[in-house]
Design a protein around this ligand. Structure first.
Ligand code: NDP
Ligand code: 8X3
Length: 252
């Protein structure tokens, strides 16, 4: 069976995607920082498919550069890379934001994703036709909102980087997708707010948000499309989420 490598498999979209691919019997390389969560996934999914877990921080650029070389023979021919690891930190206006949080978002969502891709490109190109890079962008990369500042910027990067990869990989058979979800219920808001359960509950209450399984189904669909097809960009929102009028600040 083919091999998928999923970053940020310890929670939310990444964990649901791991479960989806496991049900289909794919071999999986699952990464994230939390070893306990990786151990739990290994125990849960090993009866379904071959699973290798790797404790990997995508901001550890030396470890990321070595990731392809560190894979044992049974797991080295990765044909699907799901660049999912990412986070938002804070919702303050730029002028009140903490630049340490900005840097962590840039290191994770931009540099980590770019370097993971670079590390896996020779492997993916060697697999050729049907191989895929599925980058998890966001509607935040398309539409600004107050307090989104650097997070939105990192997701705009993911979109443009995905298109640039499409250009550079022309002729290799390797596909690239920017999958841009809207509001989804995961640990995202707990991470963003430093563990504020009330903020999490309030945001999702009555909104019927996207669930991680919805994104897992979409990732699996993209990865298993006929090899001559490339989904360049897919934006997906809950029906409950839409746009508002522009804000006009008026002189008093
Ligand atoms: P979760 O917080 O539930 O999951 C985030 C995952 O990213 C975790 O597995 C976490 O693992 C991993 N991660 C974070 N930082 C690092 C790091 N430095 N190195 C390795 N892994 C890391 O959130 P989601 O599932 O919602 O988020 C997944 C992706 O989807 C993110 O890129 C997010 O920006 C994006 N997204 C989320 C939306 C939402 O509304 N939820 C909407 C649109 C996009 P660990 O902590 O173990 O390292
Ligand atoms: C997460 C979606 O709108 O909360 O990427 O930024 S949003």
């Amino acid at each position: 069976m083919p091999i998928a490598l999923i970053t940020g498999a310890t929670s939310g979209f990444g964990r649901a995607t791991a479960r989806k691919f496991a049900e289909a019997g794919w071999s999986l390389v699952l990464t994230g920082r939390r070893q306990e969560r990786l151990d739990e996934l290994q125990a849960e999914l090993s009866p379904l498919c071959p699973v290798l877990t790797l404790a990997l921080d995508v901001t550890d650029f030396d470890a990321v550069a070595n990731v392809a070389n560190s894979l044992p023979d049974d797991f080295k021919n990765v044909s699907v890379l799901v660049n999912n690891a990412g986070l938002a930190l804070g919702t303050d206006a730029a002028q009140r934001s903490d630049t340490t949080q900005w840097q962590q978002m840039i290191d994770t969502n931009v540099s980590g994703l770019a370097r993971m891709t670079h590390a896996l490109l020779p492997t993916l190109i060697a697999q050729g036709k049907g191989a895929s890079i599925i980058n998890i962008g966001s509607i935040a990369g398309h539409w600004p909102y107050p307090g989104g500042n650097v997070y939105c910027g990192t997701k705009a990067f993911v979109e443009q980087f995905s298109y640039g990869l499409r250009c550079d990989l022309s002729g290799t058979g390797v596909r690239v997708t920017n999958l841009a979800p809207g509001m989804a219920e995961s640990e995202f808001t707990l991470v963003r707010t430093g563990g504020n359960q009330e903020a999490h509950d309030k945001l999702y209450a009555g909104a019927e948000p996207i669930q991680p399984d919805d994104i897992a189904d979409t990732v699996f669909w993209i990865a298993t499309l006929p090899a001559h097809l490339n989904v360049n960009q897919l934006e997906i929102m809950p029906v409950s989420q839409s746009w508002s009028p522009f804000t006009i600040h008026r002189q008093s």
